[in-house]
Design a protein around this ligand. Sequence first.
Ligand SMILES: *Cc1c(COP(=O)(O)O)cnc(C)c1O
Length: 397
Amino acid sequence: MDESRIVEVEESHLARVYHRFPICIRRGRGALLYDVKGRRYLDCMGGYGVSLVGHSHPRVVEAIREQCERLIFCHSSLYNDVRAELVERLIKIAPEGLEKVFLSNSGAEAVECAIKLAVKYTGRSEFISMVRGYHGKTLGALSATWNPKYRKAFKSILIPNFKFVPFGRLDRVEEVISNRTAAVIAEPIQGEGGVHIAPEGFLQGLRELCDEHGALLILDEVQTGFGRTGRMWASEHWGVSPDVMCVAKSIAGGLPMGATLARSEIMDSLRVGEHTTTFGGNPLACAAACATIDIIVEERLVERARRLGGFFMELLSNLQDLRIVRDVRGLGLMIGVECRVDIYNVLMGCIKRGMIPLYSGRNVIRLLPPLVIKEDELAEAAQILEDTLREEEQKIG
Ligand SMILES: *Cc1c(COP(=O)(O)O)cnc(C)c1O
């Protein structure tokens, strides 16, 4: 199919629920994507954080190919060799105390499980969630998600038991937490909400308040997990261990998978049949996830994210002199450039120059490049962003 036909078919028959960028991608390798005409793009969108080990990493490709020929599907009511191998790897790298896993197929599903776990384990039904927090769009996850744009049309059927407090405000959490609170749910760094990093003391404070009131601390590391921020888990930056942790996005090298990790006694509160999903823990996704975790560990991608994050931030520090730039912030390779203007033109300008960025709200440019990106590719991406922002600043005058 040629480009115009692809666009026509997708526009005619797919639900119109995604902001579309005007590019038509056919293949990818590492941090590079190529469109149907063969044009090369630096991928700083990174599949919204999915493509942590890069596109079509040879070890992920080989793991999928090999597993595909042996066995594609096996329900979790039967034991399976690769599933056991994945669980072993996950527990080995998990935060202290998290020793049980529920495998699913997406970030939202990982959150659904966490919500049900908190209710089942504590016997309580109230939740505290964060302003600008994002946890997915299925009904339970959407109930924990703040953005009114996503909630408004469905408000009548959302779970009303979620109270939203400003991210970073322990005093506000303290006002609403009680012995009716089942859990507090938060991202260590808010991804969709504008790349906001938890202020010092906030996660530690949440941990203490939860312990004091017998509530669970659920950390959503769907976007921040697996080394993205320069630590295996973003919560490590603050030395905090959650009771329940949600992961997904990058876990299986690009195949769909979600996982909810919990302390044993919490996960064991669920009885047979109380929470299941047919495709959860399927061998194909498990094989891809095993390869992905091996790559992260053996290629030392966590350290790489930390080092490249420092390098990238230094390159981007030039941007601070621009009037349209309000702030440049980030940890590891999760970076946000907050502007004083709507960033639509900047995004399009970057794409025209061969770099695909991501947005996070109307005025934050978010960069989530694969951790395998090369130094010269990062330098090129930083230059493209700077040139585009300078041009935009001149246009505005
Ligand atoms: C993307 C994301 C989700 C939702 O994941 P889906 O796979 O899109 O359902 C949940 N939480 C966070 C922090 C995310 O970034």
